[in-house]
Design a protein around this ligand. Structure first.
Ligand code: NAP
Length: 296
């Protein structure tokens, strides 16, 4: 069997186009653009790239982008004051604080200071609680993107066996909650799980969010499984390479011989994160203006 490739780039482009349409309708109804504020503290090169592409995507979707760049030596008090200003700013519907923060800043306290109704990254304890309780809220972007891809591929997920590898607050736990909400039977595996291969072999759906290059191999999979690879790992450079290759948590070559469908790395889950961030910003904006919920 050769697995169908789940094209996250194409799905994300479609989602961004739907968000742009919904953003135009929002502007007509609310008399203003939906707005996303992104806060970047320090000079981390990867974070700078992410922030730039988030700003560009926000503008392309017809939304307002507010970028706040603060120096590495920013005091906790000043960062919290900025978050408080953004919480109170009526033009701001979503706030994203780019992580990781420089050493010395208390990430947890900054996240907890965010207005949960503007928490478009879904990271506050209240957002996590709403997700676990089945209340309307904002789910973290990467997990939301994973489940959108799975539903697009499989349709109704009721009764499917899903195994999530990883239990982080950012990815594993929210993916598991979203799959549970879709009526999957969910197992969460982690570094202490015994016989991981045997656990994974039960799954109709595998979501790998471990951060270990290519640990999930083809012979771990149930034939026909839908495999979502969240991992982004850089291999050491091979001879003649300046940089090592980017690979996922799944050994793509062997897994694609057994799986029914699989996301590539790059081009699978990665592009869904920004698309879902834009989607969440629009959902937050509509709620803040008292406009009805829409499916995007
Ligand atoms: P994380 O916080 O490091 O969590 C990793 C999880 O994997 C932990 O729950 C850990 O278990 C588990 N784990 C580690 N080694 C394991 C092993 N050998 N067997 C089974 N489980 C193991 O990572 P994360 O933030 O969730 O991210 C996971 C991966 O996704 C990373 O590669 C990251 O770069 C990528 N990622 C991609 C996107 C994107 O595509 N946009 C977004 C976010 C993250 P314990 O809890 O027991 O330690």
């Amino acid at each position: 069997m050769t697995a169908q490739v789940i094209d996250g780039r194409a799905f994300a482009a479609g989602l961004r186009a739907r968000v742009a349409e919904a953003a135009a309708a929002f502007e007509r109804e609310a008399g203003r653009k939906a707005g996303l504020a992104v806060v970047l503290v320090g000079e981390d090169p990867a974070s700078q790239v992410y922030v730039r592409s988030k700003g560009k995507a926000t503008l392309e979707a017809g939304m307002a982008s507010f970028e706040h760049r603060l120096p590495t030596d920013t005091a906790q008090f000043d960062l919290l004051a900025l978050v408080a200003r953004l919480n109170a700013d009526p033009a701001v519907d979503g706030i994203l604080v780019q992580l990781p923060l420089p050493a010395g800043l208390d990430e947890k306290a900054v996240i907890e200071a965010l207005d949960p109704d503007k928490d478009v990254d879904g990271l506050t304890p209240l957002s996590a609680g709403r997700l676990a309780s089945g209340l309307p809220g904002l789910a973290p972007c990467t997990p939301l993107g994973c489940v959108m891809l799975i539903k697009d591929h499989l349709g109704d997920l009721s009764g499917k066996d899903a195994v999530v590898l990883g239990r982080s607050i950012l990815v594993g736990k929210p993916v598991a909650q979203l799959l549970l909400a879709e009526n999957c039977t969910v197992t969460i595996a982690h570094s202490r799980t015994r016989d991981l291969a045997e656990v994974v072999r039960r799954a109709d759906i595998v979501v790998a969010a471990v951060g270990r290059a290519e640990i999930v191999r083809g012979d771990w999979l149930k034939p026909g499984a839908c495999v979502i690879d969240v991992g982004i790992n850089r291999l050491p450079p091979a001879d003649g390479e300046a940089k090592g290759r980017l690979v996922g948590d799944v050994d793509y070559a062997s897994a694609s011989e057994v799986a029914g469908a699989i996301t590539p790395v790059p081009g699978g889950v990665g592009p869904m994160t920004i698309a879902c961030l834009l989607r969440n910003t629009l959902v937050a904006a509509r709620r803040r203006e008292g406009l009805g919920e829409i499916e995007i």
